[in-house]
Write a protein that binds this ligand. Structure first.
Ligand code: MSP
Length: 677
């Protein structure tokens, strides 16, 4: 048998039953396939990515009956739910197969004719147990207490004549093929599972259903009282589509075959046993690879309609957005293992990984580039990027690709986020706001910002297969001319590629959420406008707007506590001191308050579900960028006060020094929300 190795990367998802609306498990396989397809395209490989719907069979027919519709009308009505979900999730499939399409029906008839001609089909009678939901036959040995060994629902006794496919003929061949291709099923545990399964003799596969029992399926031309078994019909989609694409079926298939199949662990046997055998009977090589991923559970339980715990991916995308959902699906767990869904975990990923780590990085860096180099932009230094950036890029970015290709999506994103963390540390350590104070260090400042902008461009390149919309936004604010669709690792993967950055200040990339998943109010605001110009500031001598609008609290012109001046204050009891609730807080975001010289608006995490907004009069002493990540001390139970139209929910402690204010911080690392005594 010829082992065709085409230059094409042909990738498939299962075709989903349209007996019900899509759920998060469907979204999982399809998003993973999409990331693989996009990665390969960025590698310059021609990709053919196929998904679709499985529209025949008893389950679909029964759902249609329940809705009082013909099966075709019923599937036509459910179909848009799937198509709509894939467009909301930015799925870039190249074709969409429906098993009711004439091209597929024609292909299945062709297969039936070929198998019959080869003598691989025979008519036989069958008596045994039948599981309706799984549409599978079981023997007496398999069934315990009248229940299906797979789904544990009641089975029915059935006796009928059917058409069988001689699977058993090919068992030895399949075992020896897998022995010499142990990498053909991933993860390894699934390969072992199939090898174990193949130790027992295979029964022949019943490929027909009498029309009297299941009237909804592809007719069998030489057996008018039967339709094809839905699984037999469904698996064939992987070749009926390529058959329909070429000048001749053979030409179409030889261009693409063999495929990589992504599936859930529930449908491993059909794909890793029935399917390669069917292919062998058709004298075609087995799939290139089958990867079976784990299941999404909810609070540790299987998702099912009867439990009422099915997570609706459309509702998730509507609420949280395309990219956050894509990110969560692939970052949260290992692809081959089961993963548990919770809204809390999703919100954490959005707030921490996306909004804090990535979103803040982009807005800090673009704001500084605009503020410090409004006229000239940030040019590549003669010596290119720093050795530090090069080293981080070379060690952390190629693994993103490698891990994606080996289906370790969560580790791929982990590597990419290590690079994001490197860039965040680079901002803190190189402190551009300090360099900006010294006119002699302009060159150094420009080089630091160039490194950061290049770093962000590379983040976008490696992020693009996972979060295409976000990568597009990053490139847009960096004003990188190459559009998203042209991205290629070879052409754009080297640090130091761009000659000049004239960036736009980026608005928030992601909306932060409170514990209930509602957008946090502060995120709804307009992106900050940088650079600030002198003329936008209130002119000296005039009463500044903040004085006019400050709350009456005498010791707190803004929310920074200053030491009372003059004679020592009278002693207080410990009980009085205890009334003041002090907490450590980590500054997540800092932006100037518009039209104010003094005030900064901070978002401070004090260990509560949502960060607090604190308005602090420290703009004269701190640049906003310098504050992000700092641990400060917050008076957490101060009554809220509105300053320049922004409500402050706390106050920072600071020392007044000759050179302005100096924020109190902690001597040793402490997370947000530590008590202070
Ligand atoms: N129609 C068949 C597949 C035929 S392929 C030739 C089928 N369809 S299905 O609608 O039931 O979808 C099955 C696929 O959905 C699984 O293989 C998996 O990809 C995905 N998932 C369904 N439930 C899932 C979870 N709870 N978790 C993760 N994915 C699961 O079977």
């Amino acid at each position: 048998m010829a082992d065709l190795r085409t230059p094409w990367f042909y990738l498939t998802t299962p075709i989903y039953y349209v007996n019900d609306i899509p759920h998060i498990g469907h979204a999982y396989t399809t998003v993973a396939a999409d990331v693989l397809a996009r990665t390969r395209r960025q590698e310059g490989e021609p990709v053919f990515f196929l998904t679709g719907t499985d529209e025949h069979g008893q389950k679909v027919w029964q759902s249609a009956e329940r809705h009082g519709l013909s099966p075709q009308l019923y599937v036509d009505r459910i179909l848009p739910r799937f198509r709509d979900l894939w467009s909301r999730l930015a799925i870039s499939n190249d074709d969409f197969v429906r098993t009711t399409q004439p091209r597929h029906v024609k292909g299945v008839s062709e297969v039936l004719a070929r198998l019959r001609e080869k003598g691989d089909l025979y008519e036989g009678s069958y008596e045994g147990w039948y599981c309706l939901p799984d549409e599978r036959f079981w023997t007496d040995k398999d069934v315990e207490n009248g229940l299906c060994p797979d789904c544990h629902r009641p089975v029915e006794r059935i006796s009928e004549t059917n058409i069988f496919f001689r699977m058993s003929r090919y068992q030895d061949w399949l075992v020896s093929w897998y022995e010499s291709h142990p990498e053909a099923i991933r993860p390894e545990s699934r390969y072992n599972e199939i090898m174990g399964f193949l130790k027992k003799p295979l029964s022949d596969l019943c490929i027909s259903r009498p029309k009297s029992r299941v009237p909804w399926g592809i007719p069998i031309p030489f057996a008018p009282d039967y339709v094809t078994y839905v699984w037999f019909d469904a698996l064939l989609n992987y070749i009926t589509v390529p058959w329909s694409l070429g000048a001749t079926p053979e030409e179409g298939l030889s261009r693409l075959w063999p495929a990589v199949h992504l599936i859930g662990k529930d449908i491993l046997t059909t794909h890793a046993v029935y399917w390669p055998i069917l292919l062998a009977a058709l004298e075609l090589p087995p799939p290139r690879l089958i990867f079976a991923h784990g299941w999404w559970t909810v609070d540790g339980e299987k998702m099912s309609k009867s439990r009422g715990n099915v997570v609706d991916p459309v509702a998730l995308v509507d609420r949280f957005g395309t990219d956050p959902v894509r990110f969560f699906l692939l970052r949260e767990g290992q692809f081959g293992q089961d993963v548990d869904f919770s809204q809390e975990a999703l919100i954490n990923r959005i707030n921490r990984d996306l909004a804090n780590d990535l979103g803040n990085l982009l807005s800090r860096v673009t704001a500084m580039a605009c503020r410090y180099f409004p006229e000239t932009g940030v040019a590549r230094p003669a010596s290119g990027c720093s050795a530090e950036l090069l080293e981080a890029a070379v060690s952390l970015l190629p693994p993103v690709r490698k891990r994606t290709e080996s289906f370790e999506f969560h580790r791929a994103l982990g590597s990419l986020w290590e690079f994001v963390a490197f860039l965040n540390r680079f901002v803190d350590v190189r402190a551009p706001w300090v360099l900006a104070r010294d006119p002699e260090r302009r060159e150094e400042l420009s080089a630091v910002l160039y490194d950061l902008l290049e770093g962000l461009r590379l983040v976008a390149l490696y992020l693009a297969p996972f979060l295409p919309e976000t990568a597009g936004k990053i490139l847009e604010s960096l004003e990188v001319p190459a559009g998203l669709s042209l991205l290629s690792y070879a052409a754009h993967g080297r640090p130091g590629t761009e000659a000049l950055y004239r960036v736009r200040p980026a608005g928030p990339l992601f909306q932060k959420r409170d514990a209930q998943g509602n957008p946090l109010a502060e995120e709804g605001e307009k992106p900050r406008k940088a650079p600030r110009t002198e003329t936008a500031e209130p002119s000296a001598g005039k009463a500044s707007p903040e004085t006019a609008q400050s709350p009456p609290a005498p010791t707190s012109p803004s929310s920074v506590a200053e030491a009372p001046e003059g004679p020592a204050a009278p002693p207080i009891d410990y009980a009085d001191f205890q009334k003041v609730l002090l907490r450590t807080g980590v500054v997540r975001e800092a932006v100037p308050v518009p039209k104010s010289k003094k005030l900064l608006k901070l978002s401070v995490d004090i260990g509560e579900a949502a960060p607090r907004t604190v308005v602090a009069g420290i703009a004269g002493s701190y640049a906003p960028e310098e504050l992000v990540g700092k641990t400060v001390v917050v008076v957490a139970n101060l009554a809220p006060a509105t300053l320049m139209g922004v409500t402050s929910q706390g106050m920072l402690l600071a020392a007044s020094t000759e050179n302005g204010v100096s924020l109190l911080t902690v001597d040793r690392p402490a997370g947000p929300g530590a008590g202070i005594r």
